[in-house]
Design a protein around this ligand. Structure first.
Ligand code: IMP
Length: 212
């Protein structure tokens, strides 16, 4: 059985990855490795940040995980929202979008990020509020010199609403209406989101890689 250590402290992402991968995997999280170092996400691209997270955790964990019979990999997810009217922002800054303004360290609360987005888009008409979520997964073997880091990516097109709607999901889900839907991801819920999301598309590629 393949073991994946999920390199994220975002419990929403962990939950979605669990649901999307289904049975047949041993999934570990950073809770199984207390003391794992925080990784500074300062790369200019989703792939750069995903690789940084996967490779640094794979290096750290290599000496600590003990012997394992099957494949053991670190899987990192770097993702975010790209808004056309904002030239692609917040992009790799999605998690700390509102904190960028105040200079506060670390990520900003989802509600503050959503409020900033609505403020910046206040004058943008409905038809021009196009955006997409991106997800890049980086997969690094443990130990990392056992093979190259591999990448899997997915995107999901949509429009941004005029106010947050719905209670499911996380991040920008209350503002994001996926293409062809009049409800937000947060109103549609996990079953619908997991059928079409950027993360679902990237994980489908990952599953295909292990199926071959
Ligand atoms: P990361 O941990 O640096 O990859 O931050 C990703 C950020 O992008 C999250 O904190 C959310 O703000 C946003 N994001 C990524 N994926 C999703 C999603 O599926 N729904 C809503 N927001 C997302």
């Amino acid at each position: 059985m393949t073991t994946l250590l999920l390199a994220t402290r975002n419990l929403h992402k962990v939950e979605e990855i669990h649901a999307l991968l289904g049975p047949g995997w041993e999934l570990l999280t950073l809770r199984d490795f207390p003391g794992a170092p925080e990784v500074v996400e300062d790369a200019a691209t989703f792939a750069g940040n995903a690789a940084k997270k996967a490779e640094s955790l794979a290096r750290w964990v290599a000496g600590r995980a003990g012997a394992r019979a099957g494949g053991f990999f670190v899987l990192a997810d770097d993702s975010g929202l790209s808004v056309d009217a904002l030239g692609g922002a917040p992009g790799v800054h999605s998690a700390r979008f509102a904190a960028d303004e105040t200079g506060a360290a670390g990520n900003a609360p989802d509600a503050a990020n959503n409020a900033k987005l609505l403020r910046l888009l206040a004058a943008v008409p409905a038809a021009e509020r196009t955006a997409r979520f991106h997800c890049v997964l980086a997969l690094t073997p443990v130990p990392p010199d056992a093979g190259p880091t591999e990448f899997f990516s997915g995107a999901c097109e949509g429009l941004l609403g005029l106010a947050p709607r719905g209670a499911a999901g996380f991040g920008y889900d209350p503002l994001f209406l996926p293409q062809g839907q009049s409800l937000s991801f947060a109103e549609l819920g996990a079953a619908v989101k997991n059928g079409i999301s950027h993360r679902a598309r990237a994980l489908a590629q990952l599953r295909a890689r292990f199926a071959s």
